[in-house]
Design a protein around this ligand. Structure first.
Ligand code: AR6
Length: 170
């Protein structure tokens, strides 16, 4: 499995699957969620609403899949990261679950490439260093069975530097 760390905007990435850092409502928001819905167009929100009607949104640590609309991707996987609460609310395990459930969902659809943002490290306030460590451990510990390329798309220099450091250790 090939892992690429990129500094940039995830809406510009070409990959089978683009991961969104959503919220439990699946109705959109700011940050990367806002950017993905804006670039991908209304089809994504329409499918999110259908999922909401079926199962009532998405729980923290879980993931759901929709069309990618106008993005250069086949699918968007929406996952909901934990809000940082000083490490007192099982945040590390929930963040790990986000990455893992996205990877599993991508593999179950036979997709070969997936692009992640740095889940929870923006509006949800997860400190970037421990988040990068969890991202690294979860991605490198995943036994891929079809996935060939994982892009980790960092929007800010700090996440980029931290992720570069962790992933260069492998
Ligand atoms: N491409 C890649 N990464 C991005 C982009 C982009 N275009 N825009 C922001 N980031 P955030 P969260 C980075 O806040 O912390 C939303 O309102 C950003 O720099 O998008 O999981 C949802 O609806 C940061 O490193 O998501 C939820 O309510 C990372 O993406 C809430 O925010 C995640 O930041 C989720 O908060």
């Amino acid at each position: 499995m090939n892992i690429e760390i990129i500094l940039g905007d995830i809406t510009q990435i070409e990959a089978d699957v683009i991961v969104n850092a959503a919220n439990t409502s699946l109705l959109g928001g700011g940050g990367v969620d806002g950017a993905i819905h804006k670039a991908g167009g209304p089809e994504i929100l329409a499918e999110c609403k259908a999922i909401r009607n079926r199962q009532g949104g998405c729980k923290v640590g879980e993931a759901v899949i929709t069309t990618a609309g106008n993005l250069n991707a086949r699918k968007v996987i929406h996952t909901v990261g934990p809000k940082w609460n000083n490490g007192n609310s099982n945040e590390a395990e929930l963040l790990r679950k986000c990455y893992l459930n996205c990877l599993k969902l991508a593999e179950s659809g036979n997709y070969t490439s997936i692009a992640f943002p740095n889940i929870s490290t923006g509006i949800y306030g997860y400190p970037k260093e421990p988040a990068a460590q969890i991202t690294f451990e979860t991605i490198t510990g995943f036994k891929a069975n079809g996935l060939e390329t994982i892009f980790l798309v960092c929007f800010d220099e700090e996440n980029y530097r931290l992720c570069k450091n962790y992933f260069s250790l492998q």
